[in-house]
Design a protein around this ligand. Structure first.
Ligand SMILES: [Fe+2]
Ligand SMILES: [Fe+2]
Length: 312
């Protein structure tokens, strides 16, 4: 557990004093990078190229059932089909996150001067997310895989959250939605075993997402210094709860049924898989280290994070 030392407190004070200047500088740099490296997926990617036989739609090690007894019994063809359905389920989940994030960003800038770089960057990020959601939707349609919505309970929870969450709560959730998937996508786009279209989609997403992670991290770091104590505590608890929802919603269980597997058995094997647990914790590590550093992973929040399985 992180303790607040005198040095931390002094650093916090300096942070608070330089807050607005720092916020504008970060946003200016991100606007600059957006102007140089933004992509139109409709033009950038070859959507009509046929899929290549024997290539994966997600690296096998990142497929939920990898290395389980069930996986051992599956044919190579069925494993690849599962990778395709999991990619479609993750793209559906990505759209759900992005719709929530867009609303959080609109709420975040609602009472700020639109002339500031901080607000102009938020608007730019919303543009990025609009392109991403359309890109993910096109990918799902292109593979003729189903649309995989989150469960009705998570759908309603998301509706409530995006309407009432506090600013630090919003940015914590943003990072959770972005960083674990980002970690997986960084392994996917350079992987030559993977379909070129999937590699193209993940490459675009990784490049543009790096800015979003930076924006959310910098804002959250400032917020955890300046937000009222109750809001900081509330952030710890809601972020832990969000981590639990996230790890549950991560792969839609319907994927197993749709590739001809027993859903209950598949879920039980994923739950018991040491490999899967390691993948999820490694994927979340960069984020949990950061959250620990800025004081989010304390008390009840930390216990909730542990029970989500994302924190060792
Ligand atoms: Fe995105
Ligand atoms: Fe994003």
């Amino acid at each position: 557990m992180t303790t607040l030392t005198e040095a931390d407190a002094l650093e916090g004070l300096r942070d608070a004093l330089g807050l607005l200047k720092d916020r504008e500088q970060v946003a200016e740099r991100l606007l600059d990078s957006s102007a140089k490296h933004s992509f139109d997926p409709d033009k950038e990617l070859d959507w009509d190229a046929p899929f290549e036989d024997g290539k994966w739609f997600w690296p096998p090690e990142l497929v939920s059932l990898y290395d389980t007894p069930m996986w051992q019994r599956m044919s190579e063809e069925q494993r690849i089909l599962l990778s395709q359905h999991e990619a479609a389920a993750l793209a559906s989940l990505g759209i759900w996150f992005e719709l929530i994030l867009m609303q959080l960003l609109v709420r975040h800038i609602y009472d700020k001067a639109a002339t500031s770089a901080h607000v102009r960057y938020a608007l730019t990020e919303i543009e990025d997310e609009c392109r991403h959601s359309k890109m993910f939707a096109r990918l799902i349609s292109r593979g003729e895989t189903p649309w995989y919505p989150v469960s009705p309970a998570h759908q309603h929870l998301g509706r409530l959250f995006k309407t009432i969450s506090t600013t630090p709560g919003s940015f914590t959730a943003t990072l959770l939605g972005e960083e674990v998937l980002d970690w997986m996508q960084r392994l996917t786009f350079p992987d030559e075993r993977v379909q070129p279209l999937i590699r193209g989609v993940t490459r675009i997403h990784v490049v543009e997402e790096a800015r979003h992670v930076r924006y959310a991290r910098e804002e959250l770091r400032r917020q955890m210094v300046t937000a009222p104590k109750w809001s900081q505590e509330f952030t710890r608890v809601t972020s832990g709860e969000f981590a639990r929802v996230f790890s549950k919603a991560f792969v839609n269980p319907e994927v197993y049924t749709n590739v001809g597997l027993d859903k209950r058995e598949a879920l039980a094997q994923v739950q018991a898989s040491g490999h899967r647990q390691e993948i999820m914790q490694t994927g979340a590590k960069r984020l949990t280290d950061f959250l620990d550093d800025i004081g989010v992973l304390r008390g009840v929040g930390r216990r909730l994070w542990r029970s989500s399985g994302l924190l060792a």
